[in-house]
Ligand binder design. Structure first.
Ligand SMILES: Nc1ncnc2c1ncn2[C@@H]1O[C@H](COP(=O)(O)OP(=O)(O)OP(=O)(O)O)[C@@H](O)[C@H]1O
Length: 251
């Protein structure tokens, strides 16, 4: 039997007024894959991921998580999903431990389990030292990490992370990489957007490159790169630079 996709996106379209943000995305994310979604600024990555996880209603198209439609069967689909959206909107008048406790209880988890997992996550992500500091007062990188902790708390089968490595220091970045790698080794699936080619090249089994609201190329990493640098492939696929270096002479 062919196992079903961790994520299956079919014909996703989203307009904002006249602007076509996502122009028809079909994507299959294999279970157990570490999937990188790349694309230049404004390509439609965040919009696609938001529709995929049920945060933004598509104009048309469907999204399923392990066979469950995100819009028709949201409770089950969301139980399988851990999501760290871009610019995470957290309940930020709580400290880290309170936020995780609140998140766990909202998800209907056993308080003892929440307590134990929250302590472990705060320790592993080096947030325990923040103590009673409110999340609103966290640095950008700390907010990323508490967002990741919230996404992991209920041990989801599929993790969706919007730019998880943005704003985190190298030590935290390497920590997050280790956690995600362990999660995938244990059978989880990760899909994340990123601009950091080196991280994608190091971690991902599969990549997709988006531009202008469409998937331009997709496949396992070796097939997409064909032995070249991912950055080279990326520049070629999205059309590359257009400036000549002669501009801004006044500067
Ligand atoms: N809420 C919104 N209202 C209006 N336009 C939007 C909205 N959200 C996104 N867009 C537009 O949709 C397009 C795709 O945006 P999106 O955030 O999905 O891109 P992205 O690939 O995630 O970019 P980045 O790498 O810069 O984060 C952009 O042109 C953006 O201006």
């Amino acid at each position: 039997m062919i196992s079903e996709s961790a994520f299956a996106l079919r014909g996703l379209v989203k307009h904002f007024d006249q602007k076509v943000a996502v122009a028809g995305v079909d994507l299959d994310v294999p279970p157990g894959s570490f999937f990188g979604l790349l694309g230049p600024n404004g390509a439609g990555k965040t919009t696609t991921l938001s529709m995929a996880v049920g945060l933004l209603r598509p104009d048309s198209g469907t999204a399923t998580v392990l066979g469950h439609d995100v819009w028709a069967d949201p409770v089950l689909a969301k139980r399988l999903l851990g999501v760290m959206p871009d610019g995470v909107r957290l309940f930020d008048r709580l400290d880290g431990a309170e936020l995780l406790a609140y998140t766990g209880l909202l998800r209907g988890m056993d308080p003892a389990v929440v307590d134990q997992r929250a302590r472990e996550l705060l320790d592993v992500l080096a947030l325990a030292d923040a103590g009673r500091t409110l999340v609103v007062d966290y640095s950008a990188g700390m907010k990323k990490k508490i967002g990741l902790a919230s996404a992991l708390l209920h041990a989801p089968r599929v993790l969706v992370l919007d730019e998880p490595f943005e704003a985190v220091d190298p030590v935290s970045g390497s920590l997050i990489r280790d956690i995600l790698q362990r999660y995938v080794t244990g059978g989880g699936t990760v899909i994340f957007s990123s601009h950091v080619m080196e991280v994608v090249e190091r971690l991902c089994t599969h990549v997709a490159i988006m531009a202008d609201g469409r998937i331009k190329t997709v496949g396992d990493l070796a097939t997409v790169t064909g032995g070249r640098d991912l950055e080279e492939v990326f520049v070629e696929v999205v059309g590359g630079r257009t400036s000549t270096g002669e501009e801004l002479s006044w500067l």
